[in-house]
Design a protein around this ligand. Structure first.
Ligand code: BGC
Length: 831
């Protein structure tokens, strides 16, 4: 919704009043509720809801109002995450809320788009709008009214489990993309929810961690994306699980009211993340309008609080009005609600494919390993379990039931054609292999236990050599008990751990059975093995399998033989990220490093394709021919991977996060207070130096810098000229030529140095602008890239407010944060 400029200016000033108090205490925590309350009292009332909405509110009973403020069980669930029953007697329809960031998550099939981090890698806001358009259209077609997406929390630590669900470590890029994606979603009539407000930058201890961040850094980094989302008209904001300055985000008045309403003028509604509400009156008063997914706090307790006079009914009305105003704006109230469209699966697939090629990021390409042409295209070994079973998406609430998801092996074989020889070796058996003959293997392969029955086995397992065993249990129904030498391997833990353990895509076998793995050393000799499987009410199927050092060696040997026999190798490496857990290491999981070492030693013309969520360390890098980062490429990922590998299309992606050389050379290394936090508190002491800014500030060499990504062609940049623009910004002009022999993509990146006129903390360089272009061989393009005044401004807690960094500033042009071939100086004039 377009914002009224003068009103925004006024609100900004008022927000300033809040942050003046904050400055005194030196952190966002200083946005105390007293200060926020002061601002609330002074702030103009939010834009008055339409008369229609006011009339509705006047006719609602208290119970009907409360029914709009919290989730409930959907009697006709379509498999979505949330539901409000509405008030049919007054034409307020039921409202269905579905995840999520990579497509519409319901029971039915939908387009599984590439992970948002892959969309971001295209550096293309117009593509983000297309991505949003597809989700918006499908959401409406699939019976939904609200989308629980986009996620715009910054990638702060490479360990964070949801880095694939969000965009980037850079605030400018995140802000541009989130705004366009929201326009795309909402243009189709689906209400977008930007999440998770704010500072939910990790999964470890996500419901308890207490984040401390200085006010300047907060505004300049994490909040930029949220602010852009609000300015783009997002209907809804989801509060985060974590605490900020000692207060849970869903009852944090400085954030929910001070920043969101008073500073930014947000006029939609705030809902909690799922079970992230912690109180009734404090939450409502702080600015949380809706509890999801139940009414634990906003059901009976809120009714009691209103009746007891602990909270005025006017506060309830205010939240109801906010919700109804958005529903009204989307035409959802009353008899003439917009008709639901029909899904357009072909359009979804087309956009999914486009994003997967546009975001494909070629990190390394030595000796023209790629594209696969000539002999390389005619003789190929495909290696890796996820070469056969695609890892198309990350796990958790962003997972979508895809229309399809082909195997990369099939796509590569089809693309190579019938005259080519394409072989396959798994290199690793993710789902184990049958137990050895020393145990009655057959009885563990396909067990079916009838309803109400119990099956028991008690015997021995004899091993010839000491070895590391990974037991793999596949099951439906209740998990069987497996006890080796008195240790229960797969105990059922608390509900949340079980939920998260089941989130990863590799926690399901290809035939749908659930899978759990447990690794332990076994000495040579006899071991006791006890298995108990219960059929429960619906019966149960299970398999018990294993891998060992010995079976792994055989699998690696098979992969090495395949690599030797082929001209080139494409090795698929994976990391199965999911909501609810952070990674413990940046290394590829399991024994993949050893597999890559063995295969590249056998055949250096090896391309490693990474289906991973975020940065990984690559001690094996120098031995590879090429590395292609494909993240989770969605349902069309196999065809897109094949197209990029064979050079049918240029790899269009650039890194939206820095890849560190090692676990000790990144912004979070060596300081547990910074990550994952100590004694429940986490300090964002990197301040405004987030992501690539940190590497520059500390002179740390990355493995691959932010913005990096290779093309199959070459480009030459020239003629950088930067001039002042009206309103305090700058305009950069430059020329780029495709100097190679193929059509290709380049992303021109502009970085700005600090202002001499500010004493505020400033990083050595910030991303100031960018432009993605595709050029034919020899083609020349003259580009004009605006640099916004906001990007050249700092948040000054003393004012408080944005202050333009005037004076003579350096501007660099290049193709990554570390490849900056051209420099200019320009004077930023007061706006
Ligand atoms: C996630 C949200 C999601 C919600 C509903 C939560 O666990 O953090 O991102 O929208 O579940 O599925």
């Amino acid at each position: 919704m377009p914002q009224n400029v003068s009103r925004r200016r006024a609100l900004r000033l008022l927000g300033g009043a809040v942050t003046a108090a904050a400055a005194a205490a030196g952190a966002v925590g200083a946005l105390t509720s007293t200060a926020a309350a002061r601002v609330r009292a002074a702030a103009p009332r939010p834009a008055r809801a339409g008369r229609h909405v006011d009339e509705l509110v006047a006719r609602l009973t208290l119970d009907e109002k409360l029914g709009l403020l919290h989730g409930a069980k959907d009697p006709h669930s379509l498999g979505q995450a949330g539901y409000l029953p509405g008030v049919p007697r007054l034409g307020i329809p039921p409202v269905r809320l579905a995840d999520g960031p990579a497509g519409v998550r319901v029971r039915a099939r939908a387009t599984a788009l590439p992970a948002p981090v892959m969309l971001a890698s295209a550096f293309d806001p117009a593509l983000a709008r297309e991505y949003g358009r597809v989700i918006g259209h499908e959401g409406r077609a699939l019976g939904q009214d609200v989308l629980l997406s986009p996620m715009v929390n910054l990638i702060r630590t490479p360990y964070a489990g949801r880095n694939f669900e969000t965009f980037a470590e850079d605030p400018l890029l995140s802000a541009d993309l989130v705004a366009e994606e929201i326009r795309g979603i909402q243009g189709e009539g689906l209400i977008a929810t930007v999440k998770h407000f704010a500072l939910n930058n990790q999964e470890k201890d996500r419901t308890t961690v207490d984040v401390r961040v200085a006010e300047q850094a907060l505004h300049e980094t994490e909040l930029r994306g949220f602010e852009a989302a609000v300015a783009a008209g997002a209907g809804s904001v989801m509060g985060a699980y974590n605490k900020v300055d000692g207060v849970h985000a869903c009852q944090n008045a400085p954030l929910l009211t001070g920043v969101l309403r008073d500073l930014w003028g947000f006029d939609g509604w705030v809902m909690s993340d799922w079970d992230a509400t912690h109180s009734t009156v404090p939450s409502l008063t702080a600015g949380l309008d809706m509890e999801m997914p139940s009414g634990r706090w906003y059901g009976t307790p809120l009714r009691d609080a209103v009746r007891a006079g602990a909270v005025p009914e006017a506060d309830v009305d205010r939240s109801v009005r906010r919700i109804l105003t958005v529903l009204d704006r989307f035409g959802l109230l009353g008899p003439a609600a917009p008709a639901r469209p029909v899904r357009d699966a072909r359009d979804g697939a087309r956009v999914a494919y486009r994003v997967a090629t546009a975001g494909a990021t070629l990190l390394r390409n030595e000796h023209a390993t790629l594209p696969l042409t000539g002999a390389a295209a005619r003789s190929l070994a495909v290696i890796g379990p996820t070469g056969a079973h695609p890892l198309a998406s990350g796990g958790g609430s962003a997972h979508v039931v895809p229309d399809r998801a082909d195997s990369p092996l099939a796509a590569l074989t089809a693309r190579a054609g019938k005259d080519a020889r394409v072989t396959y070796a798994a290199g690793e058996r993710l789902y184990g292999s049958p137990l050895p003959a020393t145990a009655p293997a057959a009885s563990f392969e396909e067990r079916a236990v009838g309803a109400g029955e119990t099956w028991r086995y008690e015997g021995t397992l004899t091993t010839g050599e000491p070895d590391e065993w990974t037991f793999v249990v596949h099951y439906s129904g209740e998990r069987p008990q497996v006890v080796v030498d008195g240790t229960e391997l797969f105990p059922v833990r608390d509900v949340e751990s079980e939920l998260f353990a089941g989130f990863g895509l590799l926690s399901r076998a290809p035939d749908g059975l659930k899978v759990r793995r447990r690794t332990l050393p076994l000495a040579a000799g006899r071991h006791t093995l006890r298995v108990t499987a219960k059929g429960g009410t619906g019966g149960q199927r299970f398999r018990l399998r294993r891998t060992t050092g010995a079976t792994r060696a055989l699998d690696v040997a098979e992969a090495v033989r395949a690599a030797r026999a082929a001209h080139s190798v494409v090795l698929f490496a994976y990391e199965d990220a999911a909501e609810g857990r952070d990674r413990a290491t940046l290394a590829l999981p399991g024994h993949q490093e050893a597999l890559i070492e063995a295969v590249t030693a056998a055949n250096p013309r090896t391309t490693v394709v990474l289906n991973t969520s975020s940065a990984v360390t690559m001690p094996w890098l120098e031995r590879t021919g090429a590395v292609l980062q494909m993240y989770y490429p969605g349902q069309e990922g196999a065809a897109a991977t094949a197209a990029v590998l064979f050079g049918d299309t240029d790899p269009g992606g650039r890194l939206t996060q820095t890849f560190p050389v090692s676990e000790t050379r990144h912004p979070m290394a060596g300081d547990p207070r910074r990550y994952p936090g100590t004694d429940g508190i986490e300090e964002y002491s990197e301040g405004v130096r987030t992501g690539h800014r940190w590497y520059d500030a500390h002179g740390v060499e990355p493995l691959f810098p932010f913005g990096h990504g290779l093309s199959y062609t070459t480009f030459a940049y020239a003629g950088l000229a930067v001039t002042p623009a009206p309103g305090g910004g700058l305009t950069a002009r430059l020329t780029v030529r495709n100097t190679g022999r193929r059509t290709g993509v380049t992303v021109a990146q502009l970085y700005a140095g600090p202002s001499p006129d500010l004493t505020l903390d400033q990083p050595p360089r910030v991303l100031a602008g960018y432009r993605r272009v595709e050029l034919r061989p020899g083609e020349v393009r003259h580009l004009t890239v605006p640099i916004a005044a906001r990007t050249l401004s700092c948040w000054d807690p003393a004012r408080p407010g944005w202050v333009l960094g005037t004076g003579s500033r350096s501007v660099w042009l290049g193709t990554s944060s570390r490849d900056l071939g051209l420099t200019a100086r320009a004077t930023v004039l007061p706006g």
